[in-house]
Design a protein around this ligand. Structure first.
Ligand SMILES: Cc1cc2nc3c(=O)[nH]c(=O)nc-3n(C[C@H](O)[C@H](O)[C@H](O)COP(=O)(O)OP(=O)(O)OC[C@H]3O[C@@H](n4cnc5c(N)ncnc54)[C@H](O)[C@@H]3O)c2cc1C
Length: 466
C-alpha cells in the first residue's frame, strides 16, 4: 500500500485524536515522532505524523474508527524492540503506543492465568507475579511488551520447554480496523469452538487488529533450577549434542548455542568463565532436588560422549542469573565490540533433526564467501540467529544475498524464514516461497478484516514492502 494511498494527518485529525484520548495523550512533537521512528533492526527509520498514547481499549477502538473513516495508517507500538522493522511506521500516519496500557487487570492464581493490558513488559509482569509463585515463561531478551510479543509471536530461551507466545495465551480482546472491539478465545484451557481467531491475531504483527487485553497462561516457578555450560571443539559437535539432549527425554528449559566468538566476547565483557569455544548454555527445572541432580548427571554424560572439552553445572541462583544475563546481553555486547560496523540478524528455524545440516551449511557459506558472521541460537528449538556485520551498502547487499541462501536452505529443510522475529519488512520477500498459495489466503483475510489497508501498512506482504 503506497503512502500516497493515505490521507495526511491534519490539525483537525489531531483535534479529534485529542477528543478521544485526551490532549496530553497526543503529540506531533519532533522528539516524540523521532522516538517512534525506528526499532532495533537495521531497517530505515520513518517518522509517524502523530503519536497517541491511549489508556483504554475503547480509546484504541475509537482511534481505529477515525483512522478507517479518514484513510489514515495506524502502526501499533510496544517498546520497539523488534528486529525486523515490524513497528516502523513506514507510511507515517498515527502511531499508537501502548505505554500507558501497562497494568495487570486480574490475577487468576488458582487457574494459573493472568489478564493484562498489552503494554506491560514481560519482565515487569513476572516481577509482579513472583509473589504468587507463578511466571509467564516466553522470554525474549528485551523487556518486550506482552502486546508486541503476541503480535510477533515472540519466543526466546525458554520456548524449548514452555512454548512460544502463541502457546501461552488463552484469550484476547482485539480492536478491529472498523472500530469494533471483539473477544477471541476463552479462559478455558480446552477450546474447540469455531475458527481459532485467537491464533489468527497472534503473529499478525498488528496488520489485522490491535490487541487491547490478553489472558495468559502461567506456570509455577520451579522449585529447583540449574544451569550448565558445555564447550566443544567445533560448532558441529555442539549441534550434534543439542539433538542428542533433545532426544534423551531430559526436557531442558533452555538449550542455547553460542559460537566461539560470542564466548570470548561474553568472557571479556561480563567476566563469565568461558573459553574460546562453541558453547551450549542449558537450564533444567525440577520439582525435586534429586531429579535435578540425576538430569545433570545424564546431560554431563551425553556432553562428554559427544566430545565436550569442558562441562560446568551450577545450582547457585546468583551464578545462574549471571550466565543468563550474559547470554541475553550477547547481541548488545557484540554490537558494542564492533563500533565501526552495522549489524543485521537472521532468524531461520528448522526441525531439530535438520539443525546440524543447517548449521553445517552456514559454516560452509562463511568459508566459501570469506565473510565474518557470528552465530547464536535457540538451538533446542532448531532456531539460529546468524549475525552479519557490514560496513557499507556493498557489504550489506552481499550479506543479504548470503542470508537469502540460508533462508532457502531452511525452507528446503522443512523450516521457516523466521522462527520468532516475525516477517516485518525484511522477510516479506520470502513469504511466497514459504507459503505458496496459502499467501493468497492470508491476503484474503487481510482484505476481509482491513479492507482499507490502514493497519501497519508496508509489512508482511511482498507487494506491501515493494
Ligand atoms: C537484544 C534483543 C534480543 C531479542 N531476543 C529475542 C528473542 O530471544 N526472541 C524473540 O522472539 N524476540 C527477540 N527479540 C525481538 C523483540 O524483543 C520481539 O520481537 C518482541 O516481541 C517485540 O516486542 P515489543 O514490545 O518491543 O514490540 P514492538 O517492537 O514495539 O512491536 C512488534 C510488533 O508488534 C506490533 N504490536 C505492538 N503492540 C501491539 C498490540 N498491542 N497489538 C497489535 N500489534 C502490536 C507492532 O506493530 C509490531 O508489528 C529481541 C530483541 C532485542 C533487541
Amino acid at each position: 500500500m503506497p503512502a500516497s494511498h493515505f490521507s495526511p494527518v491534519t490539525p483537525e485529525i489531531i483535534d479529534q485524536l485529542k477528543a478521544i484520548a485526551g490532549a496530553e495523550a497526543v503529540s506531533a512533537a519532533q522528539a516524540d515522532r523521532d522516538l517512534h521512528a525506528r526499532d532495533q533492526s537495521q531497517h530505515a527509520p520513518h517518522l509517524p505524523e502523530v503519536v497517541v498514547w491511549p489508556s483504554t481499549a475503547q480509546q484504541v477502538a475509537d482511534i481505529l474508527r477515525l483512522a478507517n473513516d479518514c484513510r489514515l495508517p495506524v502502526t501499533p507500538w510496544g517498546v520497539g524492540s523488534g528486529l525486523e522493522g515490524n513497528a516502523i511506521p513506514v507510511c507515517g500516519g498515527i502511531l499508537v503506543s501502548f505505554e500507558r496500557m501497562n497494568q495487570i487487570v486480574a490475577v487468576h492464581a488458582d487457574d494459573f492465568q493472568v489478564t493484562v493490558q498489552p503494554g506491560i513488559g514481560h519482565k515487569d509482569l513476572n516481577a509482579q507475579l513472583a509473589r504468587y509463585g507463578l511466571f509467564f515463561p516466553p522470554d525474549p531478551g528485551a523487556n518486550a511488551t506482552v502486546g508486541g510479543m503476541l503480535a510477533n509471536n515472540a519466543a526466546g530461551i525458554r520456548t524449548v520447554k514452555y512454548g512460544a507466545s502463541k502457546d501461552n495465551v488463552l484469550k484476547m480482546q482485539v480492536a478491529l480496523a472498523d472500530g469494533r472491539l471483539i473477544t477471541v478465545g476463552s479462559r478455558s484451557v480446552k477450546q474447540a469452538s469455531g475458527y481459532d481467531l485467537l491464533h489468527l491475531f497472534v503473529g499478525s504483527e498488528g496488520t489485522l487488529g490491535l490487541i487491547t487485553e490478553a489472558t495468559l497462561k502461567l506456570v509455577p516457578v520451579p522449585q529447583y533450577m540449574s544451569a550448565a555450560l558445555a564447550a566443544f571443539e567445533s560448532v558441529e559437535a555442539a549441534v550434534e549434542t543439542v539433538v542428542a539432549v533433545r532426544g534423551s527425554g531430559l526436557d531442558p528449559a533452555a538449550l542455547e548455542l553460542i559460537d566461539a566468538a560470542h564466548a570470548r566476547m561474553l568472557r571479556e565483557a561480563e567476566g563469565v568463565d568461558l573459553t574460546d569455544h562453541p558453547t551450549l548454555f542449558m537450564e533444567f527445572h525440577a520439582a525435586h532436588e534429586d531429579s535435578l541432580q540425576m538430569g545433570l548427571d545424564m546431560v554431563r554424560e551425553i556432553c562428554h560422549e559427544l566430545g565436550a572439552i569442558r562441562f560446568r553445572a551450577t545450582t547457585d541462583p546468583v551464578e545462574r542469573k549471571k550466565l543468563w544475563h550474559a547470554r541475553h546481553s550477547s547481541y548488545e555486547i557484540m554490537v558494542r565490540s564492533h563500533p565501526d560496523k552495522h549489524f543485521f540478524i537472521n532468524d531461520v528455524a528448522v526441525p531439530i533433526s535438520a539443525y546440524p545440516q543447517l548449521i553445517g551449511y552456514v559454516q560452509q557459506l562463511k568459508r566459501e564467501h570469506g565473510i565474518t558472521a557470528y552465530m547464536v541460537g535457540h538451538a533446542g528449538d532448531g532456531n539460529v540467529h546468524v549475525e552479519f556485520p557490514y560496513a557499507d551498502e556493498a557489504e550489506y547487499q552481499q550479506r543479504l544475498e548470503i542470508n537469502g541462501l540460508i533462508v532457502k536452505k531452511a525452507l528446503e529443510l522443512g523450516g521457516t524464514a523466521t522462527g520468532e522475529h516475525g516477517v516485518g519488512i525484511g522477510k516479506a520477500k520470502y513469504m511466497a516461497a514459504e507459503h505458496g498459495p496459502a499467501l493468497d489466503v492470508m491476503r484474503a483475510i487481510k482484505q476481509a478484516l482491513d479492507p482499507n489497508g490502514i493497519l501497519n501498512p508496508g509489512k508482511l506482504f511482498p507487494e506491501a514492502v515493494g
